[in-house]
Design a protein around this ligand. Structure first.
Ligand code: GAR
Length: 197
């Protein structure tokens, strides 16, 4: 069996998707990825505490007062130091610099809480409700230079109910995120190894 792909998960907050990615890895012994590093631009992010509890390696540095490219160069150095092959953004709420995205082309995934190409950016659930959409959902996509615009590799839909508000919708979509992201990462990493062989 091929070695698991070495993954870094990038977070800025709560870290529930990072947890789901990590739990999935624990449940599946024939896993195609292994989380080598959890990195954050927010040193006080709750997800970092969870990651440490899980025994995962962490890296954290505040981006405040730094130019985007300068911060991303430090992040890149940390990824290289840990031999990272794939970067999984999981609630990483900071735009990556073009140089970073260019270097990691095809090797960064993101989970976004909408049915892309609908509702790129922030406040997705409120916008889905305001638009009168029948479905909300989440998308896993490859990160490119344009925000939330890279190729979608997996999506899950959630029916919008008449009584929904942004919070209730976010909660149901998040459950789908936790199911979808590990499966999508698993498949992506399988494809990465197959392309190499
Ligand atoms: C998730 O809903 C994720 O899809 C979203 O932030 C939340 C992070 O939650 N990401 C974005 O909006 C990226 N544009 P988590 O920290 O509990 O995983």
């Amino acid at each position: 069996m091929a070695d698991p792909v070495r993954v870094a998960v990038l977070i800025s907050g709560r870290g529930s998707n990072m947890l789901a990615l990590s739990e999935h890895k624990r449940r599946d012994p024939e896993r195609t990825y292994r989380i080598e590093l959890v990195a954050s631009n927010v040193p006080e992010a709750r997800g970092l505490v969870l990651a440490k509890r899980l025994g995962l390696r962490t890296w954290a540095k505040s981006h405040e007062g730094m130019k985007r490219a300068e911060f991303d160069a430090l992040l890149d150095a940390a990824l290289e130091e840990h031999g990272i092959e794939i970067v999984a953004l999981a609630g990483y709420m900071r735009l990556l610099s073009p140089g970073f995205v260019d270097k990691w082309e095809g090797r960064i995934l993101n989970i976004h809480p909408s049915l892309l190409p609908l509702h790129k950016g922030l406040d997705t659930h409120r916008r889905a409700l305001l638009a009168g959409d029948e479905f909300a959902g989440c998308s896993v996509h490859v990160v490119t230079a344009d925000l939330d615009s890279g190729p979608v590799v997996a999506q899950a839909r959630v029916k919008i109910l008449p009584r929904d508000d942004p919070e209730s919708l976010a909660q149901r979509v998040l459950e789908e995120e936790h199911r979808l992201y590990p499966l999508a990462l698993e498949e992506y990493c399988r494809a990465v190894r197959e392309l190499e062989s």
